[in-house]
Design a protein around this ligand. Structure first.
Ligand code: TYD
Ligand code: MG
Length: 478
């Protein structure tokens, strides 16, 4: 269908207003009290949009021609290596020129600290860094720099929240890296809404993206997450920027996890692990050891699982506690594992392994504040619950791997070799794995592989032969 030119011409150069939901970015020509997409109430704000000039429309030639892909020369990106190896890995091998990277996280998690340390490391490699803060004054940042032992040479600081002024300043100076702290503090004249509103944040990000692409200078931007855990409304910014990293951590833990959730230049789901110390963030080289620092072998209700964070194996402890519930329906509490997955595992344990969990409260906790989302940890959760229920330890030096099906069968998990290698490295002696038709190609010398085809069999083999192990005892008697 071709629109008549006259219609397009009539809208040329005019500006109009639409109503934009401040939670999810949905646009509507009329004001709505309730957003049909995200169900937020009273979230629509009138916002001016200017229509593009007719010459940039799809009906007009811009002289830009399509090229055959085979004739396009391969582009090479000389990546900028940042001082932290963990950060380089999460970015897919360093910072690509002209990329816009968003670092999201809750207030106080350490975003400004991370970026100031990154600035200092880049400045030490003779790069010119411009650090713009819309939230803090030069004295506040100087105090932080002193705490971090950063002299500030090669770092140019600007306290400014007008994005037009920021872009003006960037035009004047030759820079290698730009830091904007934070995107919610920036505002643009002519855009309706206070700083931090969805229209301001979206428009500011678009301008920065445009500037980064034009100048070839990488820009790192921080963003605060909302109550729901998204940056300025779900999905609005994440489409615009090239890379989205989340900086996460438990309020009472000094460990921080930097997670990549979108990366146009590398794989997602990579994680970097840091510790917040008195003089800033320090990389954690051996995270498995950190997450297992309080682990006691043969403890009741405690199982170690080799999980994968991106391509990286990590050993994590899962703890479970079951107690008889005296009032009302039994409760299930899942910290660090998916609640629905816990319900599924409890149901399978009841129906397929004979554990009477119907009157038991079940609490499952992942130590170290990590979140485990992959099904490969199912069997670890099941064993931890059974261990607590029977008051029985697991066998010594055990790690557990396997997905559980509704019939109580065990399914294979990806990249077993990597996971087992990490368990071997940390001195574990046996690994409970699903029995598969194709044999695992593992070097069995260093670790004993215990194969089980069902949950009931895994419980029999994985838990010790103490008095409490009713399943093992029943099997021995029969
Ligand atoms: P900050 O980087 O200001 O967080 P964000 O920018 O994400 O809001 O970090 C603030 C917290 O970090 C604050 O609670 C103090 C702590 N901190 C340290 O523990 N050690 C340090 O060296 C620094 C600079 C901060
Ligand atoms: Mg900050």
């Amino acid at each position: 269908m071709v629109l008549p030119k006259a219609n397009l011409r009539s809208s040329q150069g005019k500006s109009k207003t639409v109503f934009v939901c401040q939670q999810c970015g949905r646009e509507s020509p009329k004001w709505l009290g309730h957003c049909p997409d995200c169900q937020a109430w009273n979230s629509f704000v009138e916002t001016a949009v200017s229509l593009p000039p007719a010459s940039s429309g799809w009906l007009y030639s811009t002289g830009n021609k399509a090229q055959e892909l085979s004739h396009v020369a391969k582009a090479t990106f000389p990546r900028l290596h940042l001082g932290f190896a963990e950060l380089n890995r999460v970015l897919g091998g360093g910072l690509v020129p002209g990329s816009l990277v968003l670092v999201g996280g809750e207030p106080g998690i350490g975003k400004s600290t991370l970026l100031l340390q990154v600035s200092a490391m880049a400045a030490r490699n003779s790069r010119v860094v411009v650090y713009i803060s819309g939230e803090e004054s030069i004295n506040q940042v100087k105090l932080r720099a002193e705490r971090l032992n950063i002299s500030g040479e090669g770092i140019y600081f600007l306290s400014e929240s007008s994005l037009a002024a920021v872009l003006g300043c960037l035009e004047e100076r030759q820079t290698d890296l730009v830091i904007i702290d934070s995107i919610q503090a920036m505002y643009l004249d002519g855009v309706v809404g206070a700083p931090g509103s969805i229209a301001q944040v979206r428009e500011s990000t678009l301008r920065l993206e445009h500037w980064a692409k034009q100048s070839g200078v990488p820009v790192l931007v921080t963003g605060h997450v909302t109550k729901e855990g998204a940056i300025a409304g779900p999905g609005t910014l994440e489409h615009i920027v090239d890379v989205v990293l989340y900086f996460e951590g438990e309020p009472f833990s000094s460990y921080r996890v930097l997670r990549s959730v979108k990366n146009r230049f590398g794989s997602t789901n990579e994680v970097g692990i840091f510790e917040m110390c008195d003089s800033g963030l320090v990389e954690v080289d051996n995270p498995s050891q950190v997450f297992l620092s309080a682990y006691k072998d043969e403890a009741i209700g405690s199982i170690v699982v080799p999980t994968l964070e991106g391509s990286r194996p990590l050993l994590v402890e899962i703890q479970a506690l079951t107690t008889t519930s005296n009032f009302g329906p039994p409760r299930r509490i899942a910290n660090g594992v998916d609640f629905n997955r816990l319900l599924l595992i409890a149901a399978v344990l009841t129906k397929r392994a004979g554990l009477k969990l119907f009157n038991q409260d079940i609490i499952v906790n992942v130590t170290g504040g990590l979140k485990l989302n992959e099904p490969a940890v199912d069997l670890g959760i099941a064993l931890a619950i059974a261990s607590s229920f029977h008051d029985n330890k697991s066998i010594s030096g055990l790690v557990v791997l396997g997905e559980i099906g509704l019939n109580g069968e065990l399914r294979g998990v990806p990249r077993v070799e990597r996971r087992v290698a990490e368990a071997v490295r940390l001195g574990f002696k046996s690994c409970l794995v699903p029995k598969l038709k194709s044999k695992l190609l593992l070097d069995h010398g260093e670790i004993q592989l215990i194969e089980a085809s069902s949950v009931a069999e895994a419980l029999r083999l994985g838990l010790g032969k103490g008095k409490g192990n009713v399943i093992a005892n029943a099997a021995r008697q029969s």
